[in-house]
Write a protein that binds this ligand. Structure first.
Ligand SMILES: C[S@@+](CC[C@H](N)C(=O)[O-])C[C@H]1O[C@@H](n2cnc3c(N)ncnc32)[C@H](O)[C@@H]1O
Length: 330
């Protein structure tokens, strides 16, 4: 069935109500170019024009969390179906191409190509709240390190509240972040006063995005970036830097069996005697084996588990999920 008039499907653009926006069935209704364009305008406002998205807080009302997650999932489902369709009823090729390109940008944006403001209450003994800007690049860039994950927010929050590393000696502490992604955790360590932070990842484009984030927060004097591939270290390849660290931090870095084997060796290589490894990972039901193996491999490397706590948190894709926080000592 072909659509008769674009107006019959689309309510007035009310930017606040993405969840109630009528989305025409793509194949069944065969919406016109004009109709698709109007729907895409709503999504462009929602995903591209807004400067920041609300950050994840489980203290937001359950209703808010459910509505937002539902609206995002519904939008991404619909946009995916739009892109998958040949749109053969739109006869002008340039219009078909435009629709697909705009839909792809919205999906990428829904997955995070934005500069977000992150803020945390003032750390104990300090009256200034912490705030940072972090650029999440787009998932069109095709790597998990281009967005900030829920575990990073939870670990950064612990760092600022004094629920992770002690804050009294933070200035003179040397901190290494592995699998830094967009750098939220390591940059937060610099914001709470650490003067020596090294952010590492194996992906060169991820490293250039994190370098951008260092500049965005004017932390060039205290935060440096290096390439570090866990696989190389596990295979005995000598790293670019020889330094050892008092503290190593990591968020959402155990999601493959290989990671479970490699990371304990990386920590062994770079942690000073008496140092601590602070880690936050999501407990994805699909990755229980990796987590169990990681815990065993840490023990085999001789690390002592000082603290292990499960908690809930949010991220862009999964809504509320369980996370596990660890502190390992040498
Ligand atoms: C899920 S992301 C987490 C990023 C960031 N820590 C966060 O929580 O937002 C995993 C990160 O680990 C990095 N990574 C994956 N394999 C790696 C390896 N073999 N060596 C170093 N980094 C790696 C990825 O590039 C990515 O930045």
């Amino acid at each position: 069935m072909h659509e008769k008039s674009s107006k019959q499907f689309i309510p007035e653009a009310t930017h606040s109500s993405l969840e109630s926006l009528h989305l025409p069935f793509i194949q069944k209704e065969q919406p016109s170019y004009e109709t698709l364009s109007t729907v895409l305008q709503h999504f462009e406002y929602y995903f591209l024009d807004r400067q920041t998205k609300p950050i994840w807080e489980t203290s937001n009302s359950q209703e808010y969390i459910e509505e937002t997650s539902f609206a995002n999932r519904r939008a991404i489902d619909w946009l995916t179906r739009l892109i998958a369709s040949p749109l053969e009823w739109i006869h002008v090729e340039s219009q078909r191409e435009e629709v697909v390109e705009r839909a792809a940008k919205c999906i990428a944006a829904a997955c995070g190509p934005i500069i977000r403001d992150w803020s945390f209450p003032a750390p104990p003994g300090n009256n200034k709240p912490i705030s940072l800007k972090i650029r999440d690049s787009t998932l069109l860039d095709d790597d998990v390190g281009f967005k900030t994950w829920g575990a990073a927010y939870l670990l950064a929050k612990r760092c600022t509240s004094g629920q992770a590393m002690p804050l009294d000696k933070i200035q003179s502490t040397f901190i290494l972040e592995i699998g830094t992604g967009t750098g939220l955790v390591g940059l937060t360590c610099a914001m709470i006063g650490c003067l020596n932070v090294l952010l590492t990842d194996y992906h060169l484009n991820v490293l250039s995005n994190v370098a951008y984030n260092i500049n965005l927060n004017q932390l060039q004097n205290v935060v440096k970036v290096e390439k570090l591939d866990w696989k190389d270290i596990a295979n005995g390849v000598e790293p670019e830097f020889q330094q050892k660290f008092d503290i190593i931090v990591g968020a959402d870095i155990v999601y493959e069996v290989a990671h479970a084997n490699w990371i304990p060796k990386v920590i062994k290589k770079f942690m000073k005697k008496g140092g601590t490894f602070y880690l936050m990972i999501p407990l994805r039901p699909t990755h229980t084996l990796e987590v169990e193996l990681f815990e065993r491999c840490m023990e085999e490397q001789g690390f002592i588990l000082q603290s292990r706590q499960d908690q809930q948190g949010l991220d862009d894709f999964s809504g509320i999920q369980n996370y596990r926080y660890y502190e390992f000592k040498d």
